[in-house]
Design a protein around this ligand. Structure first.
Ligand code: MOS
Length: 761
């Protein structure tokens, strides 16, 4: 446990719980399937995405990527490139403006880089695909063309590229995202050896690319006051500003980033090398510069998900309780400060066992630094854990749902913390009923439709609750409308829409009277859109700002007002105004309140209270994924034919955007299970399929109609009773599919993706 975490836990233990939110249960706009408020702008093309911003005198950049995995740059011959029409300059480590190391997510709580290595500051090459030169030209075509003409001579050094042959050197990190790398209770190996039933297997998941439709793009412009402005594709505005400022040696107020629209991100639209290269190119040329990565550039230089090798061993007692739970393994990373895919986290909260040994290690390779991809840790960890549970159920001749009932914990294993709201059993029961789980055959390979073998699978889903410090500003004008502002990110999830719904209810307004402004680092502080934290974080901040606004309005009422003498706790916000709780006939509309105080607007900014609930409670979202697959008996082709996701994620703020979040996660899970695999040539260190033609993501024909339901039970300790929903959808999906494939064929595939060759073997 880190020092901060220890402190938080101590404070949380002595702090009483916050009073429940009085709004829970009486919401009007919250919960409704409101269409996304940014939808019309996007479908009409009026929304201007980062790479569509045109600046006067703008130049275009194209990176050149290293073709060796490790070594030094001996010579750069850019003469031909420089001589090509429209080429302005070629930037290499020799003329790149000086920049310091960017603080990484692992070394600095505010940093967001995936590696602390400097960018283009020396002749070192650390991986195949590393940007080693940048051509800047008058047009994108000219830059791309000339990039192909930059000749680089390298002094190659021996590289380390094979993960599995280096497992003997695996090391435990100091900590993983603030948690200890290993947790243990009892002697799990001894308990496993004596258990009545035993499963002990290795599971593999591949390296993956984050495949958002919108390519990463940034356009940098230096201003006369020495500040720099970026039009960016960004899910992490303030951490990226901080990281850029540190690397550039500027104060944070000298960096401004705008990202009003983002076309998908899934975890890797924070800071990448191209941000630093673009800012440097703009400085070098004295021009605004756009650097939009090609799909190949995205695959090679922005972080994707690392591969994993996991061992899960379960030892069960005769009654189906667990005597031993072991979940260990390793991941390849670029260096010790790389992002660590926390695959061992799910096992720390999901199942009860008399002895537990959970932990993970890493191996350093000469590869691009890996990073975060939707539900980092839980997406891959639940594959191994939930397959093993299914394997144990089969071994014990128990229905896998029955086994899950027997291993359901009453409090968080290892830490003993109480759960804030865990209704996994309820979600599983409701899902089983709706999916008609009882009609499944327990015997593998016993259902068939012609040449197609039919199977059914289930797996639990889980993702942690996270809330981070945030502020919001609310401005109310004399017409009774409000503008809510915070430096939030909207990459298509419905951020703005749900915050409008929330602010409308909080202030007793209709949604048409509320606007939400975000996507700009100059707005009040907001955490990154990551770890599914954003909605809860902003809701807490908007709640605080609303309280401040109401307090301010009441402080300015004249003596003859029906609200004279009222304090915030005495009034209810409804019907576009404030009304006494004790006498609901007495109150005033906001228009009236502003008018009577002689002001044309009121503006209040407030911070959300510290997220102490996370220290006191074990807070996670849960779900149960059910699927049917059809596996062709001759070709081994797997088709997913039915899906139901049943979730327990606290209060749902918008039925439509939530369903889309769950479905989107499940679609990505289908990709993880069946299609996606970034292939690394272990001889050269080169990624062999950096394109969407050779790296397959699910398309419409790969995805059945996806049914989603949720408990909608408010979490008693989360703002508005909500837990994040952005990432849980992908978790449990790969296991549900692997379990269904086993049920269909009798073949247990523990190595993703489940391609037909593995089923034919
Ligand atoms: Mo998510 S991978 O934390 O953006």
């Amino acid at each position: 446990m880190s020092l901060t975490e220890k402190l938080m836990t101590t404070i949380a233990r002595v702090m009483p719980d916050r009073a429940p939110d009085p709004m829970v249960g009486s919401e009007r706009a919250v919960g409704r399937p409101l269409a996304r408020i940014d939808g019309p702008l996007k479908v009409t093309g009026a929304a201007r995405f980062a790479a569509e911003v045109v600046l006067e005198d703008m130049a275009f950049a194209a990176p050149v990527y290293s073709r060796i995995a490790r070594g030094r740059i001996e010579r750069v011959d850019a003469a031909i490139a420089r001589g090509m029409p429209s080429v302005i300059d070629v930037m290499t480590f020799e003329n790149c403006p000086r920049m310091g190391p960017p603080p990484s997510m692992m070394t600095d709580p505010n940093g967001i880089a995936m590696s602390t290595r400097t960018v283009m500051q020396n002749d070192e090459v650390h991986y195949d695909g590393q940007p080693v030169a940048v051509v800047i030209a008058e047009t994108q075509d000219a830059a791309d063309d000339a990039a192909g003409q930059v000749a680089i001579t390298y002094a190659t050094q021996p590289s380390t590229l094979s993960f599995e042959s280096r497992l003997g050197e695996a090391k435990a990190p100091k900590e993983i995202h603030g948690q200890p790398p290993e947790v243990k209770t009892g002697d799990a190996e001894a308990a496993l050896a004596k258990a009545a039933f035993r499963i002990d297997a290795l599971y593999r998941t591949p390296r993956q690319f984050n495949a958002a439709i919108e390519l990463h793009s940034t356009t940098a412009k230096w201003l006369e006051d020495g500040s720099v402005m970026l039009h960016d594709t960004q899910q992490s505005l303030l951490p990226t500003r901080y990281t850029l400022a540190k690397a550039l040696g500027l104060s944070e107020d000298k960096v401004r980033i705008l990202a009003p629209f983002v076309g998908g991100a899934f975890g890797n639209k924070g800071l990448s090398d191209h941000h630093l290269l673009c800012v440097a190119a703009a400085r070098l040329t004295g021009r605004p510069v756009r650097l939009m990565l090609s799909r190949e550039g995205v695959c090679r230089t922005t972080s994707g998900r690392t591969s994993t090798l996991q061992r899960v061993a379960l030892g069960a007692n005769a009654d189906g309780t667990l005597a031993a739970l072991i979940h260990t393994g390793a991941i390849p990373v670029a260096e010790p400060t790389s992002f660590m895919e926390p695959f061992s986290f799910a096992a720390r909260c999901m199942v009860a066992a008399q002895s537990i040994s959970v932990g993970q290690k890493y191996v350093e390779l000469d590869v691009a630094p890996p990073g975060a991809m939707r539900a980092p840790g839980e997406a891959t960890g639940t594959f191994a854990l939930e397959c093993a549970i299914d394997e144990l159920a089969h071994e014990m001749r128990l229905d896998p749902i029955e086994l899950r009932l027997r291993i359901e914990p009453e409090k968080e294993p290892v830490t003993g913390r109480p759960f804030s709201g865990r209704n996994l059993i309820e979600a599983t029961r409701r899902g089983a009923e709706r999916f008609r789980w009882s009609e499944r055959s327990a015997t593998p390979r016993s259902k068939r439709d012609g040449s197609w073998l039919i199977g059914h699978g289930v797996a639990s889903a889980t993702y942690p609750y996270l809330r981070m410090p945030a502020s919001a500003r609310i401005r109310m004008t004399s017409d009774g409308r409000v503008l809510v502002q915070t430096a939030a990110q909207e990459m298509g999830m419905g951020t703005a829409t749900v915050q409008v719904q929330h602010a409308a209810d909080r202030l007793g307004l209709t949604v048409d009277l509320v606007s939400f402004e975000y996507g700009d680092t100059s707005l009040p502080k907001c955490p990154l859109a990551g770890g599914s934290n954003q909605t809860a974080s902003i809701v807490a901040a908007v709640t605080a700002a609303s309280q401040a606004l109401i307090t301010d309005l009441l402080a300015h009422v004249p003596h003859d007002s029906p609200l004279a003498g009222c304090r915030a706790k005495d009034v209810q916000a409804r019907d576009r105004g404030l009304w006494r709780i004790a006498d609901p006939t007495r109150g005033a509309t906001y228009v009236r309140l502003l008018e009577s105080s002689g002001r044309d607007h009121v503006e209040c900014e407030a911070d959300a209270p510290a997220p102490l609930e996370m220290a006191k409670y074990s807070m996670h979202s849960y779900g149960a994924q059910f699927c049917e697959v059809r596996v062709h008996d001759v070709t081994g082709e797997v088709r997913v034919s039915r899906w139901l996701g049943s979730f327990d994620t606290g209060r749902i703020l918008n039925a439509r955007t939530a369903a889309s979040q769950f479905r989107g996660g499940i679609v990505m899970g289908i990709g993880l299970a069946l299609l996606e695999e970034a292939l690394l040539d272990e001889r050269t260190g080169r990624l062999m399929n950096p394109s969407l033609s050779e790296y397959h993501v699910p398309c419409h024909l790969d995805v059945p109609e996806i049914d989603v339901i949720w408990n909608d039970i408010p979490d008693p300790h989360a703002p508005l009773g909500l837990r994040g929903i952005g990432e849980i959808g992908i978790t449990g999906v790969a296991a549900a599919i692997a379990n269904a494939v086993f049920n269909a064929t009798g073949k247990r595939i523990r190595d993703l993706p489940i391609t037909l060759d593995k089923l034919l073997g």
